[in-house]
Write a protein that binds this ligand. Structure first.
Ligand SMILES: [Zn+2]
Length: 229
């Protein structure tokens, strides 16, 4: 990604009723720590998908080597368990903020609906989740197939697939253009060789579009193109 974004305290864009920040393009990578990221809604609407792709390609923020701090929760010292980052647990979406000692969800950060309110559905966004005693909340956050989380997860996959489709079309187009160019070049070289060998002139007296004889080179090339159509 060649452009990154930074918040500035200028005029509101998306939430005129709230404190808001205009986002300017700067040569700076968006913050990794999930607690330090601006809400997606505060980015320019035209740039949000670019920001989303950046985070999706980078993957969830999972500082495996961090020394996770302990806290007294219900009389027991507990800490974030890095095994939760494993692919067979919550590794596809779970993030950890070193700044807040809290867990977050990447896809919900990227695609959470506006004005979701508070409560269960916002456990892993906003302030994050940090009750290490209650791991059940992780599963409850994922929920059923139509949960907010799974809707956000599907949108994340769609965005990545969309990008892959566009890239594939572009690459196919590029390959076809290269092949077409090579065919045209080879035909022109063959034509030039023939004219040179026969000692014939390349150019005609009138090579305009309306001319009935544009000269040897263009006339042979036009016959060649006609035969190859
Ligand atoms: Zn989620």
């Amino acid at each position: 990604m060649d452009k990154y974004y930074k918040r500035t305290s200028k005029s509101p864009i998306d939430s005129p009723s709230q404190e808001s920040h205009e986002v300017d393009i700067v040569e700076q990578e968006p913050p990794s720590d999930p607690a330090l990221r601006p809400p997606i809604s505060q980015y320019n609407p035209n740039e949000r998908d670019r920001i989303r792709r950046f985070y999706l390609v980078k993957g969830p923020c999972q500082p495996n080597n961090h020394d996770f701090p302990q806290r007294d929760i219900g009389g027991t010292m507990r800490r974030f368990n890095k095994d939760w980052f494993k692919p067979d647990q919550y590794g596809s979406w779970l993030e950890y903020s070193i700044d807040k000692d809290a867990a977050f969800c990447l896809c919900c950060y990227l695609f959470r609906p506006e004005n979701l309110g508070s409560g269960e559905r916002t456990n892993f966004i906003g302030e994050g989740y940090r009750n290490w005693k209650n791991k059940k909340r992780f599963d409850e956050h994922v929920g059923d197939t139509n949960s907010w989380h799974n809707q956000a997860w599907r949108k994340s996959l769609d965005l990545l697939n969309q990008r892959q489709c566009i890239q594939t079309v572009f690459e196919k187009q590029t390959v076809r253009q290269k092949m077409d160019y090579r065919v045209q070049l080879n035909a022109s070289v063959d034509c030039a060789r023939f004219l040179a060998k026969q000692g014939l002139e390349f150019r005609g007296h009138d090579e305009s579009e309306s001319s009935i004889n544009k000269g040897n080179f263009l006339e042979i090339r036009s016959i060649d193109e006609f035969l190859n159509c």
